[in-house]
Design a protein around this ligand. Structure first.
Ligand code: 3YP
Ligand code: ZN
Length: 371
């Protein structure tokens, strides 16, 4: 069985306008691009084609999420505001002033949520073993009542609620490896024990004050949110230790029917917005770890939905490497000069990284891993 792959040309047309990174163009800010420009994702799709991977994948074409789909997660006020601003000739902003969208941006945001829905459906109906939705705009910061952090709608959460509307018994675990806290996905399920949310992120990066170890779920959902706020600088060693010590035991205990991965590549060593050091080989190893535990608990079912990642040149390499591992198709797109980054000292697990991971393990009463 193969790997599903979602991309739509309109994802590249989501218009974040003329900025210099996070700053609107002005007399002291030479007009350039917003960080969340099409570059990294469109080039990821281009490398899927040119690497020879594309013919081995099952291409999935998305439909827009319906209002009903969006309203399972978001308030009617949020949906109405996005639609109204989208109708303006100059578009609008999803909520925090850093999440711009252009005219008709609503349609593309609905198509991004629809891409996550289609990718998850294809895994759950057995069309494919696993899938990757390469969508824009991203989703994991969008809260029920507002967008934020470049996100308009909570794509992963909308896909999960769509699946649960068809099968109310469905249990889902999310493993968010974007460098920022998956606060929106967590918020959608914070009181819900049917969805375990796990987020690995740089400690207190974005949103500020969000994603600490003490956020563990509320009410009936207490214990079903796990946050791993890794120290800045963490590389492959720290991430893989967190996978082995926290993520894999938590998935083994929760036994989801499917694993959903909000996948950003902004924890990479070349990212302008993160301060972590993960390499393409690190992402391949993290993918392997998830696939092994998915084989053990949920017949290999994994759906990844794209989030951040702002290196136009390195995101495609990380992304295709993950897709290669997911599909078992052996393409190597890592240039020799980048392979050297795999042996840099920051990849050795540090005592302070190990201490944080141990604190998370104890807080969630996870068993120690033998060996
Ligand atoms: C939002 C404003 C400053 C940092 C930015 C983070 C966006 C992102 O990649 N989230 O996953
Ligand atoms: Zn991010």
């Amino acid at each position: 069985m193969s790997t599903g792959y979602v991309w739509h040309e309109l994802y590249g047309w989501h218009d974040t306008g003329t900025y210099a990174g996070l700053v609107p163009a002005s007399l002291m800010s030479q007009p350039y691009q917003h960080f969340e420009s099409p570059e990294s994702k469109q080039r990821f799709h281009s490398l899927v084609e040119v690497s020879g991977l594309a013919p081995h994948l099952t291409r999935i074409f998305p439909e827009p999420a319906s209002d009903e789909d969006i309203l399972r997660v978001h308030t009617p006020q949020h949906l109405a505001r996005i639609k109204a601003e989208s109708a303006q000739p100059k578009g609008g902003d999803a909520g925090d002033g850093t999440s711009p969208f252009g005219h008709e941006g609503f349609a593309i945001a609905a198509l991004a949520a629809g891409g996550s829905i289609a990718a998850l459906n294809s895994v759950l109906d057995g069309t494919v073993r696993n899938s990757y939705a390469l969508v824009r705009p991203p989703g994991h910061h969008a809260r029920p009542e507002t967008g934020m952090g470049f996100c308009i709608f909570s794509n992963a959460a909308i896909a999960i609620r769509h699946a649960q509307a068809k099968n109310p018994d469905l249990r889902v675990a999310t493993v968010d490896w974007d460098v920022h806290h998956g606060n929106g996905t967590q918020a959608a399920f914070v009181c819900d024990p049917s969805v375990l949310t796990v987020s690995l992120h740089q400690d207190d990066l974005f949103p500020r004050g969000s994603g600490s170890l003490t956020e563990q779920g509320e009410g009936a959902g207490a214990g079903y949110a796990i946050n791993v706020p890794l120290p800045a600088g963490t590389g492959n060693g720290g991430y893989l230790h967190a996978m082995a010590t926290i993520v894999v035991p938590a998935l083994r205990r929760f036994k989801p029917d499917v694993i959903v991965v909000p996948s950003g590549f902004d924890a990479s060593c070349f990212d302008p917005l993160g301060r972590m050091s993960v390499t393409a080989a690190g992402y391949r190893a993290m993918t392997r770890a998830l696939m092994d535990i998915a084989d053990e608990v949920c017949a290999g079912r994994i759906m990844m939905t794209h989030e951040g990642g702002y290196s136009p040149t390195y995101v495609p390499i990380c992304g295709v490497t993950v897709l290669s591992e997911m599909s078992g198709v052996p393409v190597d797109v890592i240039p020799e000069v980048y392979a050297g980054f795999d042996t840099m000292p920051e990849h050795v697990l540090s005592p302070w990284q190990a201490a944080l991971i141990e604190e998370v393990r104890v807080a969630h009463a996870l068993p120690t891993v033998a060996g």
